[in-house]
Design a protein around this ligand. Sequence first.
Ligand code: FE2
Length: 397
Amino acid sequence: MIHYHRLGNIPPKHHVTHHEDEKLLMEQCMTRAGFDATYSILYYRIPPTDECRVGTMDLPGFCPVQPIADQALHRRHIRTQDAKPGGDFLTGRKTLLINDDIRVSICKPNKRGEHWFSNAEGDECWFAYQGGGVVETVFGPLPFKKHDYIIIPKATPYRLHPEGNKGTFLAFESTSYIDVPKQFRNDSGQVTMDAPFCHRDFRYPQELLKFDKNAHGEGPYPLVVKFDNRLSVHEYKHFPWDLAGWDGFSYPVAFNIHDYQPRTGAIHLPPTAHMNFAGRGFIICSFVPRKVDYYHKGDHRAIPCPYGHASVDCDEILYYVDGNFTSRKGIDFESISLHPMGVPHGPHPGKYEASIGTDRTNELAVMCDTFKPLKLTNAAVDLEDKDYNFTWIEKEA
Ligand SMILES: [Fe+2]
């Protein structure tokens, strides 16, 4: 998704014969937007069309999932720190917030990735809150570390192994794409020099996946596919995901949030100044430690704390990762706040004043703005701090 990359053996042209040990390899073109957008071409030893059985699977809390029937309009605080660890990267996922463009989940696996999974609804973006690990993908293994974003393109077979068999992740599922915002690329697709990151900040598979009987086991090899809010299970007699080679623009990448180059203005910049990724109907922003706004003329100084805000066309969620939060009280690490369109939000009492004259913030957070309202699931309701909406009220002396 970031630039052209190739691994292994590929022929000199698309759609021509390509042999390994005298066997003709199967070319599989993974194309986006029909044939109009990015694509990769994969050379399979075992055709990924050789499925021998198809079944179904239900994972309550992840898929299928529905929003709650009746959602009152007010600010929310979802305490994901209270979620219990369990399952692998797939069976441990709990979807918290949903709209037509994006789903937001939390996952605290306590085992290696057991299942091979392909999200055929759209791209995924994982954020590793705690610990690193490896994502094993059809494009090759991709090691990741704490505070990495990991982007996995739509319909990529993969499984995620957290280091030490434990981890905490925030996961976004798009129903479209998750990519570098278009305004950060020039006409040739290169990331512009004034973008908050460069091509060198993105990491991607450096070697091909090798079949290993100890790690991958005996066949059949099931692949769980998510599509249309259903899971189907496709079984392959032979392990299909150890490719001979591939090339293209569509493959998983990792990006560490600490490589994001933050911006500071003389006066406060809107959250869009912290944009990291975008998809249809949403943006993902990175708030990282930085200098704060420095305007000072006469009696007037910049107020570094975010201003009160009636975001009438966006829902706004923040996942709090580290540091002190200049605008919030009663929020802990791993909290998710949801400030919906339709009602104003702003800093907690005292936070606005306290920020004046400060010169740095050490906050670390992931923000997502959506253009359609987010609906809560039962998993979110179970983790909700029901008092949050009234924590702005100042106690009378
Ligand atoms: Fe806001």
